[in-house]
Structure formats: C-alpha cells, structure tokens
Design a protein around this ligand. Structure first.
Ligand SMILES: O=P(O)(O)OC[C@H]1O[C@H](OP(=O)(O)OP(=O)(O)O)[C@H](O)[C@@H]1O
Ligand SMILES: Nc1ncnc2[nH]cnc12
Length: 213
C-alpha cells in the first residue's frame, strides 16, 4: 500500500482506509487514524469535510484536545484563518488554568486543563479532536469552554462513535465527522473492512492471530 498515493476520483472518505488497526492489544485505542495526516491530500480533504457543515457559522477560535486533536485542530484553524487554543492533559500548562476530570475509553480517570485568559462570554469556539469514542473527553472539553461562559459552536472529529456519550454530543451540539453513512456501522462495531488489507500489508498476521490467506 502506498501511503502517499491519491486516487484520481477521491470518493467521500477515501482517506479513511489509511487508518491503521490496533496491533498492540486492549490497553490501546482500537485503531490509529493518524497515518491519514501523512498524506497531504488526505489531510486537506479531512479538514474540508470537518469544516463542511460550519461554513455559515461565525467562529472566533478553534480549540483542539491534547494530543492528536492538536494536529487536526491547528489545520482547521489555519484553514479558517482563526487562532488555535490548546486544551491540555493536566500538569503541563504553567499559567492559571481551570480543570475538568473525566473518564475516557481507557476507563481511567483523567484531568484536562485550559488556560483562563483566552475564553470569555461571547467567544465562539469550535472544538476539534481526533476521535470521539465514549465522548468523555469531548464532554470535559465542552464543560471547560462553557464554564468560562464561551459558546461551543460545534464539535468535530474524524469519527463520532454511536456510544451513549457520542449520541449525547450529536443530540446537543452541531457536529461534523468524516465517516460516510455506510461505514458508521463498522465504526460502531470497532472494526473496518479496510483493515484486512492493512493487516496484510503491515505483516501483522501473527500478532493478530489471523490466517495469512
Ligand atoms: O471519547 P473518549 O472515549 O473520551 O476518547 C476520545 C479521546 O481518546 C483519544 O485520545 P487519547 O487520550 O488516546 O490520546 P492522544 O490524543 O494523546 O493519542 C482521542 O483522540 C480522544 O482525545
Ligand atoms: N484514536 C482513536 N481511535 C479509535 N478509537 C479511539 N478511542 C479513542 N481514541 C480513539
């Protein structure tokens, strides 16, 4: 598989087949989307898809969630011509912060922090992360923004799984993601058919105990 190749027709979500399956076991997320950022056309198309529903919206700033949300969030921000606010995992920001505890897909309790000196009432924020699984991480980010009185214009991620938390986000906020309708079921079952090819390509058959047929 040529990671840098671009198909001539670029069907909706074409770049999603660049996402790689977990080969390391249950302590990790079930897939890693980040290889799609290595292909410049894939990254550009992904950002365009995330911005699609927001063209008419007034957005003052894009906030991205530590760590992988920084990549997409910063791309979205520069595409929009707006600034970028980093929402950090706890313990890194050396300025005054507010914090929010949350539990994510790993079932571990975590804390995220945001600086106090940027958001205030009236500021309109678009929130970006790489992925929404349980929704715990994104809900905590929403809380941070709203506790400072700013407005969440919408939420964007490569995928929003139809978990309880994912559905809550979709019901209560404007959102965008990159998953074509016919793939959402695979996302919700945490398995993509496109993995088959990648697993062969990566030579991961042994690790995953798959036949090498
Ligand atoms: O919906 P949830 O169950 O809360 O999970 C989603 C979060 O988990 C992933 O990040 P992760 O914490 O794995 O870290 P990373 O961005 O540093 O890779 C993902 O990018 C989201 O931030
Ligand atoms: N990057 C990711 N990929 C798949 N599932 C996830 N759950 C949380 N983060 C994820």
């Amino acid at each position: 598989m040529d990671i840098l190749a671009v198909p001539s027709d670029r069907p909706k979500g074409w770049y999603l087949s660049l996402m790689a399956p977990n080969t390391k076991g249950p302590a990790f997320a079930w897939l890693d989307p980040s290889r799609l950022y290595c292909n410049s056309q894939a990254l550009a198309d992904c950002v365009k898809d995330l911005l699609g529903p927001f063209h008419e919206d007034s957005i003052d700033i894009v906030a991205g969630i530590d760590a992988m949300g920084f990549i997409l969030g910063a791309c979205v921000a520069t595409t929009l011509g707006k600034g970028f606010l980093a929402i950090r995992k706890a313990g890194h920001l050396c300025v005054d912060t507010i914090s929010e505890n949350y539990i994510d897909y790993s079932t571990r309790e975590k804390t995220m922090e945001m600086r106090l000196d940027v958001l205030k009432p009236g500021v309109r924020v678009m929130l970006v992360d790489q992925w929404i699984e349980t929704g715990g991480t994104m809900k905590a980010a929403i809380q941070l923004v709203e506790r400072l009185g700013a407005t969440v214009v919408g939420v964007a991620a490569v995928a929003i799984e139809n978990t309880e938390g994912g559905k809550w986000i979709k019901k209560n906020y404007k959102f965008s993601h990159c998953i074509p309708e016919e793939l959402q079921n695979q996302i919700d079952h945490k398995h993509l058919n496109s993995f088959k090819l990648l697993i062969k390509y990566n030579g991961c058959n042994d690790a995953l105990n798959l036949s090498s047929k």
